[in-house]
Design a binder for this molecule. Structure first.
Ligand SMILES: N[C@@H](CCC(=O)N[C@@H](CS)C(=O)NCC(=O)O)C(=O)O
Length: 293
């Protein structure tokens, strides 16, 4: 057993597990939440939606106030809520800022010291965590996985989807950082994790750059609140992503919602739509039929 279950909480007929495990890629213990819907069993494994959280968050924020479990239960989808960075590595300064270091791993593998070799959230989310989960929890169907996320986690969802064709059945995002190379949060993170002179590396983790070169089909759902201060401060830049997608002929739907801010009140309002978006693709193949609905 690679996971320790520290709590089991009943939720919408299913169960929310609080898990902890020792991760090699991040050199520390990682905590997460896993929601298993009531319909899931080893003979009828549930497809899986990863929810990547934003700056300052842990796996608890989305599980407690994202309101994903209601629709996930109805649809029969499991939800994984990972942490946002390694914890407690003892790197000098890693806990000093809310937008860099702990709570701000940006879903990349750092190449710059002292974060290189330890801040490996890209490898953790795309490889180590799913492999460990699918080996241990037979109620999960590792072949049907979708991804979504908020803010920094929206950046994570978009870039992981675009960098790994076929790994995820669908992608969506809430108020994502879509052009990190051109916003203060991204410049600070990529400068710190890759180096200011590594612009080609930055581009490899920038959704706006990636969609320009993406060769597959897309159906990306993005929600943004017009009252979101980070949107107003140009940290998110969804307009850049939309423009790049349009130029590349990619299907991206950005919905702008009057008054909504950056908080979990915004996320919870639209959570059902994102679970339904994932469900459309997670259940697109039925009973051995290889035909897309
Ligand atoms: N603490 C930061 C804001 C950080 C922030 O808004 N984080 C978002 C993600 S980018 C979040 O989800 N925070 C945790 C929460 O609302 O539960 C500030 O004061 O500017």
């Amino acid at each position: 057993m690679s996971f320790e279950t520290t709590a089991t909480i009943a939720s919408f007929g299913g169960k929310l597990l609080k898990l902890a495990h020792q991760a090699k890629s991040t050199s520390c213990q990682m905590k997460l939440n896993l929601y298993i819907p009531p319909s899931a069993s080893s003979s009828k494994p549930a497809p899986v939606l990863f929810y990547l959280a934003g700056l300052t968050c842990t796996g608890d924020n989305g599980a407690e106030k994202g309101f994903f479990q209601n629709m996930a239960s109805k649809k029969g989808i499991a939800v994984v809520y990972p942490d946002t960075s390694p914890r407690g590595l003892g790197i000098a300064g890693e806990d000093d800022a809310y937008d860099f270091g702990s709570g701000a791993g940006f879903y990349v593998d750092a190449t710059k010291e002292p974060y290189a070799g330890k801040y490996n959230m890209y490898s953790y989310i795309t490889k180590e965590l799913p492999e460990a989960l699918f080996a241990e929890f037979k109620e999960l169907d590792g072949k049907r996985v979708s991804i979504t996320g908020h803010s920094m986690g929206g950046h994570g969802a978009l870039t992981l989807f675009l960098k790994n064709p076929g790994m995820y059945k669908s992608v969506s995002a809430f108020a994502p950082i879509t052009n990190p190379s051109k916003c203060p949060w991204g410049e600070k993170a990529f400068g710190g994790y890759f180096g200011d002179d590594q612009k080609s590396k930055w581009a490899e983790h920038d959704a706006t750059e990636l969609i320009s070169k993406f060769s597959g089909e897309t159906d990306v759902l993005i929600d943004v609140g017009t009252g979101d201060n980070f949107y107003k401060q140009k940290q998110l830049l969804p307009e850049n992503f939309e423009e790049a997608a349009k130029k590349a002929g990619k299907n991206v739907k950005v919905r702008y919602h009057d008054n909504y801010d950056h908080s979990y009140f915004f996320i919870s309002t639209f959570a059902d739509d994102h679970v339904e978006h994932a469900a459309k693709y997670l259940f697109a193949y039925k009973l051995g039929q290889r035909q897309k609905l």
